[in-house]
Design a binder for this molecule. Sequence first.
Ligand code: NOJ
Length: 720
Amino acid sequence: MFKEFEPRALEILAKMSLREKIGQLNQAVMPYDEASMKAFKDRLRRGEVGSIILSTSATAGNDEQKAVVVEMLNDLQRVSVEEGPQGIPLLFGRDVIHGHHTVLPIPLASACSFDPELCREAYRTVALDATSEGTNWTFSPMMDVCRDPRWGRIIEGYGEDPYLAGRMAAATVKGFQGDDLSDPDSMLACAKHYLGYGFSEGGRDYNRTEISDYTVQNVVLAPFREAVKAGVGTVMSSFNDISGEPVTSSKKYLTDILRGQLGFEGFVISDWFSVQQLIRQGIAEEYEDCAHLSINAGLDMDMADEHYSRFLEGDVLAGRVSEETIDRAVLRVICVKLAKGLFEKPYAVSKSVDRKEFVRVAERLAADSMILVKNENNTLPFPKKTSVALTGPYTFERRGLQGGWALDGYLGASTPNMEEAMREIVEGEGGGRLMCTGGRMNDDSNYIFSHSDHIVLALGESYEDTGEARSLSDISLPKAQIEMARKAKMSGKKTVGVIFCGRPVALEEIEPYLDAILIAWHGGTRAAHAAVRTVFGDYTPSGKAAVTFVRRTGHIPLYYGITCSGREVNGYYGEGASNCYTDCPASPLYPFGYGLSYTSFEYSAPTAERDEIELDALKAGEKLRFAVKVKNTGERAGKEVVQLYIRDLKASMMRPLRELKAFKKEELAPGEEREFVFEIGYESLGFYLPDGTYTVEPGRFEIYLGDRSTTTNKVDITVK
Ligand code: NOJ
């Protein structure tokens, strides 16, 4: 996909000086003041910059950002194209993570929709929105598999499962990059953080990781494989080391695996200042040592720290880096720029975009991402024509709904808060009555509890406790919120807790006080609308947990894809759940794949078209067909996510108790029964050995078809 541009790139390369080549490998920080702008343009004229990052700080997800001004970007592009030595256009990179002016739910929430196609559609709108203002490269999607919800950056990825993360990552890449990357509406995507950042020890950000080759191959790499297959143009290397090897200077990860095994053809950019950070990591002693270690490992572009621009020329002269290595990296960058169509159309044209459509898609995705985890005695949906008490910290909160990494999200009326959404939907449309207080537990709250028929508590965690450098050592809700729920319970009124969060918060303490719990996540621009419409029955919940909900922080890590212990202690699947901890059951509060609906679904026993298959036939492309009948036994239409898991009962390496291998999300009318058929082949029944060889080993497999990871609904097959 990118290599095909090499002949043209080689012609350009032939005319470049060493200094200009190194310039292409340098991503500089956007200057925002007049004084530095003048000097910066001179750098462009000398060909010292290949890309500009539109960021003002390293932890851009948490800090105030300067807006993108299209005229300013076009002006810089003009200098580069018309006055730069070879007229090579610039890439403008920005953290357009889960939305631009219209903000989608955080990626972890989107994964809970189990709807990659909807996700693709939604990210297409983000590309239209952002490119119309001049950003042509986004540092998204983030696809770090994460099994530690203390880590603040869990919000940016797709949860704990490699297969689901891969499906969502590929869909997001396709949404950003569109059908034709050279289209000015398409946005170059960046698969990050390569590799293993989600395994930061203790959930502490930027920390070391300890990951075996076996886990790298089967878990951590999986979404990157899919992103590469989907044609992602760039990859960002991660800050962390893997078992003592910083990724920034790792030939193993950046070249042997990424290019050799995955076949990636685009270019790799470092993370912010991570080239220089090799000193802190104890791999380099002096500034002079960082650049050559990184480029020789296969890191093509240096983000922000200007180490390539300062040191690579000297490295080439001293023989530490060959000019061939520089040429290879430059070729990759130019090929991506050619594929992006920047040589033909370097300038952004500001267009009017259909913001109403963006908002509609954002609301659909927000609604489909929400998970109903508790609904005792069909508490929900509430009738609209009723009197409702609304309180809790998210009653008037607006910014928090968008979540972390929303640099350009429109606030004000564009992001209605819970109070506004309730007035519109309950009072305006439903003829009900709303009473609300500001979220503190005081006499007002007790008053509105006793003078209403239903209670909505808008609870959750601050978006400022999520994102980069924002980890938590305790992921339960604040005590004041638990107290609020207890008071609501004492009022005897039906109470729903709508939880706006970035991670799967630990709900053990609050759960008994709530009749119903809707996990609304940091759901973006339309979070409040989608939540209120769900609570009052306009939408039927269909989200499923993309990550395990632990009972309490001390349970971490807890995830469904575990191998079987030699003793009965894992607890996830109910085995020995009380043998493990003496102070609490070891099972999750809500397992991976779990989520309720306002209707109910009944599953038949699954069937296999045949119960054995020859390994050679599988290798030759034959598939196994499995079917399960699902019936909507309730009185409402509802979407169900039918999930297929496998268990490889005996192999040369221990395999997980369940592995998600396929899913389908479809709507069923009341009373409707539908057969869901899945075809499973060679690519689903095997695993990677630590050296990266893929293998399917003969033997028995269990195939589970159900509504969550802990389903026991299975059929057995044998690979001979
Ligand atoms: C550091 C973050 O780790 C990365 O995800 C982000 O894209 C860069 N900063 C640029 O802001």
